[in-house]
Write a protein that binds this ligand. Sequence first.
Ligand SMILES: *[C@@H]1O[C@H](CO)[C@@H](O)[C@H](O)[C@H]1NC(C)=O
Ligand SMILES: *[C@@H]1O[C@H](CO)[C@@H](O)[C@H](O)[C@H]1NC(C)=O
Ligand SMILES: *[C@@H]1O[C@H](CO)[C@@H](O)[C@H](O)[C@H]1NC(C)=O
Length: 563
Amino acid sequence: MACRQLLLLSSLLLVASLTGAKPTSRAAPHIIHILVDDFGWNEVGYHQPSDVSADEIEVQTPNIDALKEEGLELDRMYVHKICSPSRSSVQTGRDPIHVNVQNVHPEVTNSDDPVGGFQGIPLNMSTMAEVLSDTGLYETSFVGKWDVGMATDMHAPYSRGYEKFFGYFHHSNDYWNFNEQKCSLKAVKDLWLHNETFSGPAVHLENGAHCGQDNQSPDGERCVYEEELLMGSVKQQLQDYAAGDQEKSLFMFWSTHLVHMPLQVPDSFLEKFSDVDDSYRRSMRAMSNYLDTEIGEVVDTLKETGLWEDTVLVFHADNGGEIMTQSCGGNNYPLRGGKFSNFEGGIRVNAIVSGGYLPEDRRGKVEGRLFTSADWLSTYASLAGVDTDNLSDAKAVASNLPDYDSVNQWPIISGEAEADVVAREEVIIGDTTSVEFNGDGDTLVGGLIRGRWKLLLGAKNKLYRISQDVVTSVNYPSHPIIVPEAIFRTCSRKLKNACLFDIYADPAETTSVAEENEDIFNEMLARIDELQETVYSPDRGKKDKRACEAAKGEYGGWWGPFM
Ligand SMILES: *[C@@H]1O[C@H](CO)[C@@H](O)[C@H](O)[C@H]1NC(C)=O
Ligand SMILES: *[C@@H]1O[C@H](CO)[C@@H](O)[C@H](O)[C@H]1NC(C)=O
Ligand SMILES: *[C@@H]1O[C@H](CO)[C@@H](O)[C@H](O)[C@H]1NC(C)=O
């Protein structure tokens, strides 16, 4: 009965939006999606163990903790283990195995496949911004890291449903000079602006030649930290929107650079952590603290402008923290492994739903049901009054591409659904045969989560090994983990070497319980094999020399669409 009423209500909303009836007050809430980069499970204050005394706790994130206090914590939010696939999944509402599991660079192309022969999201797949735009209820903007395709203008955010874009195309760039990747040994910069009147490299924001991590106030030169530019744009856009007619609701996707490598941060933040001996950890803590500070500023802006009351704010990481010492310095304690690994530390991430639109009785609660990166598309569509029961991407289906995998989680988030109702029954874990981090390979189903059970399956060509079979200590690092990839666990198809974990009882994945649960193991393995038949696995191609020609030519040393 309740379900029927919901359906009716959402159909009415849909009719209202299709007939173009001007809502007297906006028909849908604002949506602010904050996607943070490589942010480890143990980088937030609220995940510090309760048995550690306050002065021993090394992580302080008062603003993110506050967001959690006035919001709903999602305790089981799963993503892909690396950046580009995770972002492809969020944008398109697909499981990574149905859109992209490769972390190749955006310069690759494969002329044999005009739909999928590129990095990131294949052409003809719709994104969450297109779904929201199509309702006519939203204006849309993207700020920060894109990382899901740049080959043509059709791949850029401004052709994927975002009216505005300020950010960069690659996995990462230098926070001070915006350099990323090279063309014949010459560094190329990566920062783009697209608004109503301009679309091109953000040359006007270039810092002085001497500006860098080691010289943050060079004489007479401009020197602005990239994250400050991104946050500044978010705040400015919120203020401009609030000062306007607000006829449409606002959908803003803010994809921070922090806390991804390189380890660069303003000196004033680094100084706060001068007592941390390990220089990598010191930088990571300063970067997390900077991230926390800017989240606080944006939340304040939402509150000052009055937008907060009618906002759904979602905050989560794209994958776990990067735990390599002598290189990064993230921490996912008590979870095993980190970025690049399908252990929990790589794929179970910090996630919060907050904002004034969240029903009062859901605030301060912890939600333990399963969520994935694919679910936001349907969840947001439902907020815009779209009937998500039969949501289908006609453009993709017509091109023989996988349809949405997205589950509307709003009934769970809002508390409309009873506590025993589950919107999502399983999480499909993606993997690749590629042996290089940023290489291309075949798409694999690397595991499955169902309730308390998690089955991991290594890639056959990698001898069924799952890397990073390590857990750091509360206050990282407790012991040197130089190359965690070299520390692996075999997770094969054989019961004896299987990796079936009870992640409720054993969240750190210490002990396989496959032998005691042979039926569950067999059932889940069969499901993995079944899912393997459905994967999307295009050949992404090779680095295309036109990318460098465009960078060195028309863009004057900056990256941009090149075909
Ligand atoms: C899919 O994309 C290709 C390449 O852009 C285009 O030629 C084709 O018309 C698209 N197909 C559909 C059904 O939109
Ligand atoms: C677009 O960006 C350019 C470059 O910063 C700026 O000069 C222009 O005013 C912007 N246009 C609008 C409509 O915001
Ligand atoms: C949605 O799809 C189901 C079958 O998957 C069908 O029974 C139902 O009629 C459809 N609803 C609408 C509104 O199209």
